[in-house]
Write a protein that binds this ligand. Sequence first.
Ligand code: SAM
Length: 282
Amino acid sequence: MRSTNEKAKQFWSGEGGDFWVENQEELDVTLEPLGRAALTNIDLSSCASVLDIGCGTGRTTIEIAKKLAANGKATGLDISKPMLKKAKMHAQAEGVENVSFDCVDAQVESLGDAVFDAAFSRFGVMFFEDSMEAFSNIQGALKEDAPLSFVCWQSPASNPWHARAMEVVTQYIDIPRPPRRSPSPFAFEERDYVEEILVAAKFRKIEIMPFEKKIVWFNGKDPHRAASSYLSINPIVSEGLAALDDEGKEKILAGLANLFSLNQIDGQIMFDSATWIVSAIK
Ligand SMILES: C[S@@+](CC[C@H](N)C(=O)[O-])C[C@H]1O[C@@H](n2cnc3c(N)ncnc32)[C@H](O)[C@@H]1O
């Protein structure tokens, strides 16, 4: 196998993966309605084998497995060892047997030839060094006429959960924006770029629909605990914080806690979100 996505592998099997494992229940509450919007594009009752790309701790893979026809099987792929370990523990704890989790780089490793009835992803496809190669690989693993459906973020500016918090943080530390289209949560913010990738990968009937929804962040946490959590989500923020004095850190924490308290509804921190719900057919 060619060596690629090394930075992503390091991050997702290191601090990024550890954070998701620790905060998985909270993140599942945040992301569940967005994943559900993408999953409705796939008729699971008619599928025998479904691929979940960048499945993380496996919530969506397990949900898919439960909805499949008799003898149906869901396969979750990821490059994060700690997240896959957690995914397997979840499946076991819930007694879900028609599921498997494998450590596979969806961009470069073989996913099989025309073996899946559908492919899905909840925020797991924006981290490839070469997205064209990755989606061609995914296309090859789908059977003829099989659907692909995934959800990804629109721009940071249309996602105030990110933009507003970054406004607070960048008053005190300099956080460079990743280069346009480079692997990151916002790599697919441009609709035309997503379409270009899917056309190059020979998908048909491509639809990229905007989906806007208020979502819960830091489920059940008060604004102060949420502010501390926020600072550990983002590795670039944590890095910048290390160089900041205690007074600066306190100011960021207070600014974030204030932002979160202004965005509380019925005791939950809620922000608008904007995603693309992307669907296509092989
Ligand atoms: C934002 S997380 C989403 C996890 C999960 N889908 C969820 O919604 O909870 C992104 C996931 O993509 C995975 N990922 C990143 N690059 C990948 C690659 N090349 N192949 C497979 N998975 C990858 C990461 O390890 C991580 O689990």
